[in-house]
Write a protein that binds this ligand. Structure first.
Ligand code: KDG
Length: 337
C-alpha cells in the first residue's frame, strides 16, 4: 500500500516537472515567432541577398518577437509547393517566380509575355505602380500578402548543341521551360520541343542529356553553373521575369498595425536590394561565364528583331486569358521609358 502511494507521488512530481519544462519551451517559442522564408535559388542570388536583408531588418526592429530563418535551394519545396503552403498558413514566407502561380492568378501571365519590358526603369515603374497593386489584391484573396517584388531578370537561352543566333536555330532543341502554359507556347511557336519541369530538376536533366537546353537569367545561369552542361549561351533577354516576396495573409493579419508597417517597409527595402543585386550580377556574370570557357552570343539588332517578330504571335494567343486592359496598362507604362 505504502509503495503504491510513493509511486503516485513520484509520478506526480515528475509529471509536474515535465509539464513545466514543456510550458517553458512553448513559452520561449511563443516569445519569438519563427518566420521561415523559402526560396529556390542559392544564397548568393539576388533573392538570397534580399531574404537576408529582410531577416536583418525584422530582427533589428522586432527581434524580441520574431526569429526570421531563410531556407535557400528549395529546401522547403519548389516555388508552387512553397507558395501553396504559405497560402494555407502552413509556411510563413516564400520568394517565388510568378510563372508557376498563373493557375492561382491568371493576371500574372502578363509577366510571361515576350519582349514586354524594354528596360529596368520600365520594369520598376510597373512593379511599383497601380498594375501590381491590382494583382496584389487578387493574391490577398488567395491567402497571400505581397511584401515586395523582387527580380529573376531577363531570361536567356542555354543549350548543349549549337551556337544560337536566330529563332530558326532552336528548331528541334528540347528546351526545359517553367511549368507555365505561355512558356510552353512560346518555345513550341519557335519550333523547339518545350519540356516543363521544376527548377530543382534542371541541372541533372541537362547533365544527363534528357534536355538540350533551358532558359533563365544570366545570374541564375552562372550561380547554378548551367554553363557546364550547356556550353552555348545566347543573351536573348526574351522575357523579363519578376519575383514575388509573399507572406501568409493569415499570419500578416494577426500582426499589430505597427508590426504590419515594419514588415511592409522591410519587404520593400529587401526587394529593392534584391533587384539591385540581380541586375549587377546579370551584368557582371557574362564575363564570368565566358571565363569559364562557354560561348556567349550577344545578338545584333537585326537578330534581336527576328526574335521579337518570331514570338509576337504568342501575345495575340494569350491576350484574352490575361485581359487586354491589363496588357495595355503595362504597355502604356513601358511606352514612357
Ligand atoms: O525557385 C527558382 C525559381 O523561382 C526561379 O528562380 C527559377 O525562373 C526560374 C525557373 O526557370 O524555374
Amino acid at each position: 500500500m505504502k509503495k503504491s502511494i510513493t509511486k503516485k507521488i513520484v509520478a506526480a512530481v515528475v509529471g509536474t516537472m515535465l509539464f513545466g519544462a514543456l510550458a517553458a519551451t512553448t513559452a520561449m517559442a511563443d516569445g519569438q515567432k519563427v518566420i521561415k522564408i523559402s526560396y529556390g535559388l542559392v544564397k548568393e542570388s539576388g533573392e538570397g541577398t534580399g531574404a537576408a536583408k529582410f531577416e536583418e531588418l525584422i530582427e533589428e526592429k522586432l527581434g524580441d518577437k520574431f526569429d526570421v530563418q531563410c531556407y535557400s535551394d528549395a529546401q522547403l519545396g519548389d516555388d508552387l509547393k512553397s507558395t501553396q503552403a504559405v497560402a494555407m498558413g502552413e509556411l510563413e514566407c516564400v520568394i517565388t517566380s510568378c510563372s508557376p502561380l498563373t493557375g492561382m492568378c491568371s493576371e500574372l501571365l502578363v509577366f510571361d509575355l515576350p519582349f514586354l519590358f524594354p528596360n529596368f526603369d520600365a520594369a520598376d515603374a510597373v512593379l511599383e505602380g497601380d498594375v501590381c497593386s491590382g494583382i496584389a489584391e487578387k493574391l490577398e484573396g488567395n491567402g497571400l500578402h505581397v511584401l515586395g517584388w523582387m527580380e529573376n531578370g531577363y531570361r536567356c537561352l542555354t543549350n548543349s548543341k549549337k551556337d544560337v543566333h536566330v529563332p530558326e536555330d532552336v528548331a528541334g532543341l528540347k528546351i526545359r521551360t517553367m511549368e507555365n502554359e505561355m512558356h510552353l507556347a512560346l518555345w513550341k511557336e519557335l519550333g523547339a520541343v518545350p519540356t516543363p519541369m521544376a527548377f530543382s530538376e534542371v541541372f541533372t536533366a541537362l547533365e544527363q542529356g534528357a534536355i538540350d537546353g533551358q532558359e533563365n537569367p544570366i545570374s541564375t545561369i552562372y550561380l547554378n553553373k548551367f554553363y557546364e552542361p550547356n556550353e552555348f549561351v545566347t543573351v536573348t533577354n526574351h522575357i523579363y521575369s519578376p519575383k514575388l516576396f509573399l507572406i501568409s495573409a493569415q499570419l500578416y493579419n494577426s500582426l499589430t498595425d505597427e508590426e504590419k508597417a515594419i514588415f511592409d517597409e522591410a519587404g520593400l527595402e529587401a526587394s529593392k536590394v534584391a533587384r539591385e543585386t540581380t541586375r549587377q550580377q546579370c551584368t557582371d556574370y557574362i564575363t564570368n561565364i565566358r571565363d569559364e570557357g562557354a560561348t556567349v552570343t550577344e545578338l545584333t539588332d537585326e537578330e534581336h528583331q527576328a526574335w521579337v517578330d518570331a514570338t509576337a504571335a504568342v501575345k495575340d494567343q494569350y491576350m484574352d486569358t490575361i485581359g487586354a486592359d491589363l496588357v495595355k496598362a503595362v504597355e502604356d507604362v513601358c511606352a514612357q521609358y
